[in-house]
Design a protein around this ligand. Structure first.
Ligand code: PRX
Length: 657
């Protein structure tokens, strides 16, 4: 299906689901909230910020004088970890469960707010003992285990800056991120459990730090999770459990200014180098907590919330760690894969903990759809009352399946659009208010201004498509790109004067509701994870066999997009490697090693030429036509119009998982 067919199909979608009266009657967010935010946007955000504990109250809400570098609540002082922990205990919620941890092998741990607070205080003392103070960078490379959350909060408590690197990234990717941030400490584990096996993590850290590759790193704290053997370096390595046992459980949180950095999170852009997206404290926590409460209709006394994201992504930062804990929520975290040891594992977890709110990605929903409803139907999912979706456009069919099969036709669905850069949800229905449409994120949340604009930055009319922009600063917006302020301005603020360009295409329907249509730049979205075509191409040409590479994201039924790489090989190198070299396998493994297994191309097509314009620009649009197996579009701007025929003929020779 071509992109334009997909768009047309979307607009055949006219179903609307009103929230049930009982839901609306109890809902956290009522319709009047929109009006309140429109009448006084800054007053609205100040009111939300004041729901947090400020060691020193702020008097200024927004300073936009150096746009696009925003300062929110700048004269206030706050401690993020104190808000997520101590405050809950001091206000009488110490005995409430903060985290139900479910390990993949079936081991469990429970942390109440008191226990989590104590663990974070100890960890803060451990970190402090290793010289971590305000402004220092700490890299966290852990599986989804409680220590990941404890580490993040301990770093935040000290006013230091964490950079969480997803455990699926390779040693090379980890090293690049450690170097860019100049991290002083790395927190890792021997390994974690994935697909029924212990999967090692520490060797990747050893490799990243090897031969003084990351000279900024002074120590490596190692959590014992799988008990697999690890290489040990006496000068740097420290066992987490030993350090924690010796550390004092007393630690008083200091206040830091609202614009003190909280974390750097690397994400792919349109160039080969990942961008370190920088977030700060007061505004970030304000919007993470507000959206978590209102979009998910959180009733913290009774809800059991589960967001399936890993803390290595922004969703894990905002909706596993900071939003839920700031709101005193009880949540489930699960270490492993959805199908281990059986394909009903997620539904079993929902039944076991009585999960009421589930937040996940369309790719997961589509893979469950493929397996069929007989699997979830074996479990009692009646505790669920609200469902959320994030990471990519959700197709109406998957939305309906989610509603009917998982939500038993009773749960509102919130399709939440946002990005690593936005820090928190920006466009989403409010569950007790909005009449939901399958496949549409619909409306900016209160206090947020979004627009769909044409090439010139002018707002399009209803029933028209264009580019999604954000037109007013928001509290949890990125404050920049680590070490590269110019790139921040160029990437986000230069395409449309005075507007933040998100990189997404969108359309407004007859009611003015927003439908997201995917990226319009060279960023791919594979299973809700962002990958850059350029980054993949750089990885491929780094292999001695590859002379040139072009990568595209092709539509995929389950993962949204899948990576298809077109490569031109260096015959001399290939011959030297032997005639029966398995090019596809070798190059796919090479990419996994360079970036991480998530970046492995689905297909590698060996071609003798790439379609280029006369100025030498690769026409990815035509390659996407080939990868999606549809007629090839307009080739008139090609330098050599014959090249596409030869490439199309290659499709059948590609490797496939
Ligand atoms: O293209 C949009 C898509 O994911 C991109 C942001 O990716 P990332 O920074 O990794 O954050 C993902 C989790 C917030 C966006 O530019 N995206 C995210 N949510 C949606 C979406 N596309 C459509 N609908 C969504 N609900």
């Amino acid at each position: 299906m071509s992109q334009s067919d997909a768009i047309e199909n979307l607009f055949e979608e006219h179903r609307v689901f009103a929230p049930a009266d009982e839901f609306t009657a109890q809902a956290v967010a009522q319709a009047s909230i929109y009006e309140q935010a429109t009448q006084d946007r800054l007053g609205f955000w100040a009111e939300q910020a004041n729901k947090l504990h400020w060691h020193k109250p702020f008097t200024k809400t927004l300073n936009w004088s150096e746009a696009p570098f925003a300062k929110w609540f700048e004269d206030g002082e706050i401690n993020v970890a104190y808000n997520c922990l101590d405050r809950n205990v001091l206000e009488g919620r110490g005995e409430r469960v903060a985290i139900h941890f479910e390990g993949e092998p079936g081991d469990t741990q429970t942390y109440t707010y008191s226990q989590l607070t104590e663990a974070v205080k100890r960890a803060a003392n451990v970190l402090n003992g290793l010289g971590v103070t305000k402004g220092d960078r700490v890299a966290i490379y852990l599986p989804l285990i409680p220590e990941a959350i404890i580490s993040m909060l301990a770093v935040a408590r000290l006013g230091a800056i964490h950079s969480v690197v997803f455990g699926g990234f390779s040693a090379d990717s980890l090293a690049t991120r450690i170097q860019d941030a100049g991290a002083k400490l790395v927190i890792t584990a021997d390994g974690g459990y994935r697909r029924g096996k212990a999967s090692a993590l520490k060797p990747a850290v050893d490799e990243a730090l090897g031969t003084n590759n990351c000279p900024s790193v002074e120590h490596v704290l190692v959590v014992k999770r799988t008990e697999q053997p690890v290489e040990w370096f006496e000068t740097t390595d420290i066992w987490w459990h030993e350090a924690m046992a010796e550390a004092s459980p007393e630690h008083e949180a200091q206040a830091f200014e609202a614009e003190n950095p909280l974390f750097i999170l690397y994400t792919s852009g349109t160039t080969g180098k990942p961008k370190g997206i920088l977030h700060t404290t007061g505004g970030y926590l304000t919007q993470a907590a507000f959206t978590h409460r209102n979009v998910f209709d959180l009733h913290p006394e009774t809800d059991v919330y589960w967001c399936t994201a890993d803390v290595g992504w922004i969703t894990g930062h905002s909706y596993v760690v900071y939003g839920p804990l700031a709101n005193g929520a009880t949540q489930v975290i699960y270490e492993g894969t959805p199908d281990s040891p059986h394909p009903g594992r997620w539904w079993e977890i929902i039944q076991k903990y009585g999960v009421t709110i589930l937040y996940t990605a369309p790719t997961a929903i589509r893979s469950f759809m493929k397996l069929g409803r007989s699997i979830p139907d074996q479990f009692d999912l009646s505790s669920l009352r609200l469902l959320g979706s994030v990471g990519e456009p959700i197709n109406p069919e998957a939305w309906m399946w989610y509603r009917e099969v998982i939500g038993g036709n009773r749960c509102p669905i919130v399709d939440t659009w946002w990005q690593t850069e936005t820090g928190a949800i920006m466009i989403s229905p409010l569950p007790g208010v909005t009449h939901a449409k399958p496949g549409s994120a619909q409306v900016p949340i209160p206090g947020i201004s979004a627009r769909v604009v044409d090439e010139h930055g002018h707002e399009v009319d209803n029933n028209h498509g264009g580019y999604l922009t954000l037109t007013e600063p928001w509290p949890s917006m990125l404050r920049g790109i680590w070490g590269d302020p110019e790139r921040f301005v160029d990437t986000y603020w230069s395409r449309f004067e005075g507007q933040y360009f998100a990189g997404d295409g969108a359309k407004k329907d007859a009611d003015g509701d927003i439908w997201l249509l995917g990226r319009v730049d060279d960023v791919m979205n594979v299973s809700g994870h962002r990958l850059s075509t350029t980054e993949l191409e750089s990885a491929l040409v780094a292999h001695p066999w590859v002379a040139e590479a072009a990568v595209v994201g092709a539509r995929d039924e389950v993962t949204g997009q899948a990576i298809v790489a077109f490569v031109i090989l260096r015959q001399d190198q290939l011959e030297a490697a032997g005639a029966d070299a398995d090019v596809s396998r070798v190059l796919r493994e090479h990419v996994a090693r360079e970036i991480g297994p998530i970046a492995k191309p689905r297909q590698i097509l060996v071609v003798s030429e790439l379609p280029k314009t006369r100025s030498g620009k690769i026409m990815r649009r035509l390659l996407r036509d080939v990868a999606e197996d549809r007629p090839i579009g307009d080739v008139t701007t090609l330098a050599d119009s014959g090249v596409m025929g030869a490439i199309a003929g290659k499709l059948s020779t590609g490797a496939q998982d």
